[in-house]
Design a protein around this ligand. Structure first.
Ligand SMILES: [Zn+2]
Length: 107
């Protein structure tokens, strides 16, 4: 299976689990106060969606690598996510040898 497809499936699964968990927790908390299910359910889904988005953002942040050009005064950088060692090496070399250093001035 392609890596991007796997990550998409993991993201969808994570979002689904977080939605369900948020809805269940919210429903359980609100049940004692007599809040109708149709009112508590959207709140739970919103909480779950927010938590899922947070987990997804943190996961993406941890899986992202940024390669900077090392030329003096150049701000060029490449940000790649979910790459293997070979692809990481190619992007690292591409960032180090890109043309047009003068087009990316560091201010
Ligand atoms: Zn450069």
């Amino acid at each position: 299976m392609h890596s991007t497809t796997q990550h998409t499936l993991v993201r969808l699964a994570t979002t689904g689990v977080m939605l369900a968990a948020g809805a269940l927790v919210e429903l359980r908390l609100m049940h004692g106060y007599g809040v109708p299910v149709l009112l508590a359910l959207p709140c739970g889904l919103a909480v779950g969606l927010g938590a899922g988005h947070l987990v997804e953002a943190l996961t993406a942040r941890l899986a992202t690598t940024v390669f900077h050009c090392r030329a003096a005064g150049c701000s060029y950088k490449v940000r790649v996510t979910h790459v293997d060692a070979g692809e990481r090496r190619r992007w690292q070399e591409a960032a180090a040898s890109h043309p047009g250093h003068e087009l990316n001035p560091r201010y």
